[in-house]
Design a protein around this ligand. Sequence first.
Ligand code: 13P
Length: 249
Amino acid sequence: MRRKLAAGNWKMNGLRAQLSEIDAMQEAASGGSEVLICPPTTLLTEAVARAGHIEIGGQDCHARASGAHTGDVSAAMLADTGASYVILGHSERRTDHDEHDDEVRAKCKSAWEAGLKAVVCVGETLAEREASNTLDIIGGQLAGSIPDGATGHNLVVAYEPVWAIGTGKVPTTDQIGEVHDFIRARLERRFGAGVGRSVRLLYGGSVKPANAAEIFAVSNVDGALVGGASLKAADFVPIIEALNGASDG
Ligand code: 13P
C-alpha cells in the first residue's frame, strides 16, 4: 500500500557532468520502487529533462512564493522546473542556517501550495540520544515541522539521526525500528489511521549498498534518504535494487 521510495540527496555536489549518473540509474528505477534524486538547484532543469523513470526534487525552498529574498528559491520556482518533491528541515539546514520547526512548517505549507511533495527530515543529535531524549526530540520536531493537512501523497518523513549523517555510523536495526514505529504512531494519532499509515517513512544516515537490505527489513522503513552513496550509480543502484527486493515492512 505504501510505494517504497529510494531518495538521493546530492547536497552541494554535482556539476553538469554528474547528470550522466542519473542516466545510469534508469534501469533500476523501473524495478518497482519510486526513485527520487534531489540535485543542487543549478541542475534541476537539466535533471528533469533527462529524468525518465526518476522523480526530481529540490533540497530546500523559501516559505514565500516570491519577493525580496536575494539568493533564495521558492517552492513555485522548484515546481516550475518540473521538480515534484522538496526536502525540508534537513539537519544541515537546521544547523547551518539556524532553521527551526516553525520555519520548516511554513516551508512545507508553501511546498504543498506549489503542488510539491515534502520530505520533512527529523533526527536527534548524539548528545540527545545519549541523554535518552530521542523520542521527545523526534516528537517535538514532528509536531512543529509538519503543518495540518498532511496526506500520504504530499508528505514523506525522513528519520536522519544527525550523528549518522556522513559518519559511517548507523543505528542498530532495533534503534531504527523504535523511532520509525514511534513516528508512525504519532502520525496516526494526529492525522488519523488512514493518513498515518499511508505516509512513507525513510531512514537516512550512512546508508550504503552493504547495509541497505538490513535497514529495509526493519518495520515501518519504506525506503531511504541517501547522501554520499546517491552520487554514483554504482553505489545507488544496488541500494535501489535492495529496496526493490525488500518485502513490505
Ligand atoms: P549520508 O548518506 O552521506 O550519510 O547522508 C545522509 C543524508 O543526510 C541524506 O539527506
